[in-house]
Design a protein around this ligand. Structure first.
Ligand code: ADP
Ligand code: MG
Length: 306
């Protein structure tokens, strides 16, 4: 359903989002109360261990899968209550998607330019206009000279760049990419990220990339880490006055609407924090201590465990 949304609302807004996969007698909770906001025109990345729910989230954002509960809005669309026929429109016009497997993005027997024309043909864009736009998109991803090449006549990185052009053919406001460089070497991955950065800057398309690539932190405005189906930390780049890259990025724990945050596993292990912790306010800080907290003088062990 399309509803008016206040101007200052983020482009993507997920609140307490759940996805449960059910099969026979097994239930997998892939998203458990996920909160996420993405601003219009932002370029951000999602990282996290395998199985943390990254692809589940991306598939839901792409309209390929529906969430089980919670709230999720993209632009003016509510993706929880959306009707199937509206979802078809959404997939075709509002979102472009790039898969990790290069072979999944392109039609093998068509040349690069023809591949880019396909989504436009499905939308009824006149042939000539589609051809011109396809060529212009191939120029933007630096592959105009390979417009006639079929996927097998392109390198992995080139195929992914054509895939980006295909995804953007109908000018969707949102581009999603699920580990687009997962099958590429570092140098080629870098070219793909450059193309994404340039398109984001030049066209204002909102970009959400799922990746394992550590280098991504230097490429995007914000990195959100997922753990166990929720967002756990966020790395935000600081203002330009920081001297080097390391200084420019700062990591924060995400606090959700109910005040929940995830404490890194290694901190819990280090301090032997189990099912309960003491949480107190100490001046300008909130302290989290083990339930059986002793002070340093009465617990000699504590000193040596540092
Ligand atoms: P990631 O992309 O971060 O590796 P996924 O979103 O693919 O994680 O998976 C999250 C969890 O949901 C995993 O436990 C996975 O096994 C499960 N899962 C994903 N897709 C399905 C599905 N179609 N049916 C059942 N379980 C699924
Ligand atoms: Mg995945």
């Amino acid at each position: 359903m399309v509803q008016p949304v206040p101007d200052e609302a983020p482009y993507i807004h997920c609140e307490d989002l759940f996805k449960i996969y059910k099969s026979d007698d097994l239930e997998v909770v892939a998203l458990r109360g996920l909160d996420l906001r993405v601003e219009r025109g932002e370029m951000m990345a999602i990282v996290g261990a395998s199985g943390s729910g990254k692809s589940t989230l991306l598939n839901i954002l792409a309209g390929l899968d529906q969430p089980s509960a919670g709230r999720i809005r993209v632009g003016e669309r509510d993706l929880l209550t959306v009707r199937e026929e509206d979802l078809v429109d959404y997939r075709r016009r509002d979102v472009g998607f790039v898969w990790q497997q290069t072979g999944r993005n392109l039609i093998p027997y068509l040349g690069a330019q023809e591949n880019v024309e396909v989504p436009m043909a499905l939308e009824g864009v006149p042939r000539r206009e589609a051809r011109e736009r396809a060529l212009s998109l191939l120029e933007q991803v630096g592959l105009a000279d390979k417009r006639r090449n079929r996927p097998t006549e392109l390198s992995g990185g080139e195929q992914q760049r054509v895939a980006i052009a295909v995804a953007l053919a109908n000018r969707p406001p949102l581009l999603l990419a699920d580990e687009p460089t997962g099958e590429l070497d570092a140098a080629t991955a870098d070219e793909v990220f450059s193309v994404l950065t340039r398109l984001n800057r030049d066209t204002g398309v909102t970009v959400v990339i799922v990746t394992h690539d550590r280098e991504i932190t230097r490429r995007v405005d914000r990195v959100v880490a997922m753990r166990d189906g929720r967002t756990s930390t966020e790395i935000v780049r600081r203002a330009h006055f920081a001297r080097d890259e390391a200084e420019r990025a700062e990591e924060f724990a995400v606090v959700d609407r109910s005040g929940r945050l995830q404490i890194p596993r290694e901190y819990l292990d280090e301090l032997d924090i189990g099912r309960r912790a003491r949480v107190t306010i100490e001046g300008d800080r909130v302290e989290v201590r083990p339930e059986q907290a002793h002070d340093e003088t009465t617990n000699p062990d504590r000193k040596w465990r540092r």
